[in-house]
Ligand binder design. Structure first.
Ligand code: NAP
Length: 354
C-alpha cells in the first residue's frame, strides 16, 4: 500500500494522451483511489497557462512544476523524488529520458531495500516499421507483430524510438540500482479526446504540413499501412497498464496499443481524403494527392521515411489477455472520424488566422 507521501511525477499531463489518461483514470474507482494516495507533480511549461489551470481543476491538489523537457536538473530531481513517473510528453527527447532514468536510478540507490521506482513511458508502434518506402507490400507479406514476442533488438536501430527505448530497456535490465520500466507503444491515435487537449496531433501535424507545402503528400507512393486506435481506448489501455503496474503484476513489460481488427490508415488514402477537404475550404490549391518532393522529405530525414512510409502493424496481445477491448475504435472507425476531425482542424486553423 502506498503512503500518502509518495510522489507521482507526470510529464505531458496536459497533452492529448496524458489528459485523456487522467479522465479515464478518474472513471475507474479502484485506480483513482490508488492514484489519490500519491501526490501528483506535473511538469508544465507555464503554470499560469489556461491548460495548467484546467489541470488543477481536473486533478485538485496537483503540484505544478514549471519547466520544459530541457530543464534536465528539474526533471532528474523530480524523478528521484518519485515512486512513480509517467512520461507522456515526447517519446524521442533523449536528454529528458536520460534525466528521468538517472533520477530513478539514484532513487533506487537511495533506497536499496525499498520498492523499485516505477517508470511508465510512451513510445510508439513506428518502432516496428518495415521501411517499405511507401511501396506496395502484398497482404500475405504484411507482418502483424505481437507484443508478447516483441524484442527491440529485432528492429533496426534507425527505426523511430529505438534510441530512447534502448535506454529504458537497459535501465530496466540493470542489476544494480535498477528501475521498473514499462514501455507502451500506441499506434496512430485518433478521435476527439475527453481531456484538456482533445484534438489528435495527427491532423495538427499532417494538416499543417499539407497547407504549408501546398501538397497533400505522401512519402513515396504511400501504400503503407499504420495501425489505428481511438483515444478513449488508449485511455482505458493506460488504466489497465497502471493497475497492473501498481499491483506489481507488470514488471518490465512492453505493451502495444492498437486495434488489429480495425481498417488501418493507408497514407495514400489519408492524403487523398484530407487533401479534398482542405481544397474545398480553399486551404489547398491542388486537391490531388501525390508523393512529396525531396525538398519536403529531406526535412524529416530517415526518421520521416521510417515513420511515415513503412508498415508498422502491431497486435495488443498482452492487453487483450487482460480483458482490454478497443470498443470505441469499433464504434467510430478511423475513416469516419477523419472527416469530422479534418473539418474540426479546418475550423481551428481558420480561427487561428483571424
Ligand atoms: N498521438 C499519437 O497518435 C501518438 C501515437 C503514438 C505515440 N505518441 C507519442 O506520445 C507522446 C504524447 O503524444 P500526444 O499525442 O499526447 O502529444 P501532445 O498532445 O502534443 O502532448 C504532449 C504533452 O507533452 C508536453 N510537452 C511537449 N513538449 C514539451 C516540452 N518541451 N516541455 C514541456 N512539456 C512538453 C505538452 O505540453 P503543452 O500542453 O504545454 O503543449 C503536452 O502536455 C509523444 O511522444 C508522441 O510521439 C503519440
Amino acid at each position: 500500500m502506498s503512503s500518502p507521501q509518495q510522489q507521482f511525477f507526470f510529464l505531458g499531463a496536459t497533452g492529448y494522451i496524458g489528459s485523456q489518461f487522467l479522465e479515464s483514470a478518474k472513471r475507474d474507482a479502484a485506480l483513482y483511489a490508488k492514484l489519490k494516495e500519491f501526490s501528483l507533480v506535473a511538469l508544465v511549461r507555464d503554470p499560469e497557462s489556461a491548460k495548467a489551470k484546467q489541470l488543477q481543476e481536473v486533478w485538485p491538489g496537483v503540484l505544478l512544476v514549471k519547466g520544459t523537457l530541457d530543464d534536465l536538473s528539474v526533471i532528474e530531481e523530480q524523478a528521484r523524488s518519485s515512486a512513480l513517473t509517467f512520461n507522456a510528453a515526447n517519446s524521442d527527447h533523449e536528454p529528458s529520458i536520460k534525466a528521468i532514468v538517472a533520477g530513478l536510478q539514484k532513487r533506487s540507490a537511495d533506497h536499496p531495500n525499498g520498492p523499485k521506482p516505477l517508470y511508465i513511458h510512451i513510445s510508439g508502434l513506428a518502432i516496428l516499421s518495415d521501411n517499405s518506402r511507401g511501396e506496395k507490400v502484398p497482404a500475405e507479406r504484411l507482418v502483424q507483430h505481437s507484443d508478447s514476442t516483441f524484442r527491440l533488438e529485432d528492429f533496426p536501430p534507425t527505426n523511430p524510438h529505438h534510441g530512447p527505448d534502448r535506454i529504458i530497456h537497459a535501465a530496466g535490465a540493470q542489476k544494480e540500482n535498477s528501475i521498473r520500466a514499462i514501455s507502451v507503444y500506441p499506434g496512430v491515435i485518433y478521435g476527439l479526446g475527453e481531456g484538456i487537449s482533445p484534438d489528435a496531433p495527427l491532423l495538427r501535424i499532417y494538416g499543417s504540413l499539407y497547407i504549408q507545402t501546398g501538397v497533400a503528400g505522401t512519402w513515396g507512393p504511400g501504400h503503407n499501412a499504420l495501425p489505428v486506435v481511438h483515444i478513449k481506448d488508449v485511455g482505458t489501455a493506460f488504466v489497465k497498464i497502471f493497475k497492473l503496474a501498481l499491483e506489481d503484476k507488470a514488471k518490465h513489460d512492453d505493451y502495444f496499443v492498437s486495434d488489429d481488427k480495425a481498417e488501418p490508415l493507408i497514407l495514400k488514402r489519408f492524403a487523398e481524403e484530407t487533401g479534398k477537404i482542405l481544397h474545398a475550404h480553399d486551404l489547398l490549391k491542388d486537391p490531388e494527392h501525390k508523393p512529396f518532393s525531396e525538398a519536403v522529405t529531406n526535412n524529416f530525414g530517415e526518421f520521416g521515411w521510417s515513420a511515415f512510409a513503412g508498415n508498422w502493424l502491431g497486435v495488443s496481445d498482452r492487453l487483450k489477455a487482460e480483458g482490454w477491448e478497443p470498443t470505441e475504435t469499433a464504434k467510430l472507425p478511423f475513416w469516419d472520424s477523419l472527416l469530422l476531425e479534418t473539418e474540426n482542424f479546418v475550423a481551428t486553423h481558420k480561427a487561428s488566422r483571424t
